[in-house]
Design a protein around this ligand. Structure first.
Ligand SMILES: Cc1cc2nc3c(=O)[nH]c(=O)nc-3n(C[C@H](O)[C@H](O)[C@H](O)COP(=O)(O)OP(=O)(O)OC[C@H]3O[C@@H](n4cnc5c(N)ncnc54)[C@H](O)[C@@H]3O)c2cc1C
Length: 414
């Protein structure tokens, strides 16, 4: 087994990991190594052959593969070492990670580690949808591999499960592959597609208007013996059942963090995000181990993950300089309909940045509060809260915390 050393080891060469690498090299962090299990670096955007990437980090609009190539080129030019086809398989002692690559097995010892392993969509099996294991069932990610990477046929008529931003990406991929989209289904009362960028709205709204969205509906069965032949859809409010003929079903969104590394490293996981708990400086519960990007919150857009990677780089650099790690921090809990918050811990004596959160229900004119032991510390009013859309608390929400007191809670005003 090969034994290597680096100053910073970054697991995941997506927007968060690559942006962190560039920033670390700028800060003079020494040897920075980025590994990715995929044969090419770049992360999820490599497979998203549509525009909508790079606005807030690079101030330009890129298609996914172009954005991924630019990030990889920039990281390589910065002097970071990028190692694709290298899967991190587990933890050795302290901050040593084991890997498997075409050159064999090895371990890399680092002074600091950044986990930037992203998220995946919950597949059909995990959503407990009955029916035979037939051909024609995809997630958006696997659909894009079939269509864009391997140019394989995917069918003629599709049903999309989900009606959020990533469902729109699935929709565009299906249209490009020449399929009819029979419908989108959502368990919520209306779709949650929003357009972070106006050009995206121009490009897709007209097509999208022609696709029926079935609200308050769940796909409860997939029919077919070898290939999908149709789906059963149940209305959650009336119990009414309908069937739709199709030969492809795409399960979109419903994100699960790629938390295996975090779990096997015994990092404290957050009950809301299901990723590792972090404080505002991206520090996990294990000394010298940081986390950034969608691993912390499924799912943000790529530019926000890249900006987060840059911020995490500064924290990592500080740790390399002073070796300081906070002894304690307060967890942030969520009260329904708030599903998760990130960061999900606060460390005493540090400036708290923005707090991102997700809600599970549509709400109008809602007051979101940060509370501690029943005392309201901060409130921010929102004209509209929308599920599957990252909302943010932007003000000084962490002022007045008693660090010897109860955990914090984020919830709607009672
Ligand atoms: C279908 C789809 C469409 C999207 N469209 C847009 C859009 O239009 N605009 C936009 O801004 N964003 C879009 N996004 C979101 C965007 O892709 C993500 O925000 C972004 O990729 C997250 O970056 P990340 O670095 O956190 O994770 P990722 O890009 O997912 O990168 C994580 C990397 O970690 C690697 N990895 C995981 N585990 C290991 C391991 N054990 N060892 C080694 N490597 C590992 C993975 O191979 C992966 O490359 C879309 C996402 C999807 C799925």
């Amino acid at each position: 087994m090969k034994r290597e050393q680096t100053d910073v080891l970054i697991v995941g060469a997506g927007p968060a990991g690559l942006a962190a690498a560039v920033e670390l090299k700028k800060l003079g962090a020494g040897k920075v190594t980025v590994v990715d299990r995929e044969p090419e670096a770049g992360g999820t955007p490599r497979l998203c052959h549509h525009v909508g990437f790079g606005i807030r980090d690079l101030h330009r609009v890129y298609a996914g593969p172009q954005y991924a190539r630019r990030n990889v080129a920039q990281a390589a030019a910065s002097g970071a070492i990028i190692r694709p086809a290298t899967t991190i398989t587990g933890w050795g002692n302290g901050r040593t990670l084991t890997y498997s690559s075409p050159d064999g097995l090895g371990e890399i010892k680092a002074q600091a580690i950044l986990l930037a392993t992203g998220v995946r969509e919950r597949p059909r099996t995990a959503r407990l949808v009955p029916g035979k294991r037939v051909q024609g069932v995809f997630t958006t990610g696997s659909l894009q591999r079939f269509v864009d990477q391997y140019q394989l046929p995917v069918g003629h008529r599709a049903v999309i499960v989900g009606a959020e931003l990533v469902s729109l990406s699935a929709f565009m991929t299906l249209k490009k592959a020449g399929l009819d989209v029979a419908m989108m289904t959502t368990e919520l009362p209306q779709h949650q597609i929003y357009f972070p960028y106006v050009p995206m709205k121009w490009l897709t709204m007209d097509l999208l208007n022609r696709v029926p969205v079935r609200p308050l509906s769940r796909v409860t069965r997939i029919f077919g013996r070898k290939r999908v032949e149709g789906v059963e859809i149940r209305r959650l409010d009336t119990g009414e059942v309908e069937t739709a003929a199709c030969d492809a079903v795409v399960f979109t969104g419903d994100w699960i963090p790629e938390y295996e590394m975090a779990r096997s490293g015994e990092l404290t996981l957050d009950g809301g995000t299901r990723g590792p708990q972090v404080d505002g400086q991206f520090r996990t519960s294990r000394t010298g181990v940081f986390a950034a990007g969608n691993l912390l919150h499924g799912a943000e857009t790529a530019d926000m993950c890249a900006l987060e990677g840059r911020s995490a780089a500064q924290s990592i650099h500080d740790f390399l300089q002073n070796g300081r790690w906070p002894a304690a921090s307060l967890p942030i809990q969520c009260a329904a309909p708030i599903q998760w918050a990130a960061p999900n811990r606060v460390t005493a004596g540090e400036k708290a940045g923005e707090l991102a959160f997700y809600v599970g229900e549509f709400r109008q004119n809602a007051l979101v509060e940060v509370r501690q032991g029943g005392k309201v510390l901060y409130g921010q009013r929102y004209g509209r809260l929308r599920p599957n859309h990252v909302m943010r608390l932007r003000g000084d929400w962490a002022a007045g915390i008693d660090f010897g007191g109860a955990p914090l809670e984020i919830g709607l005003a009672r």
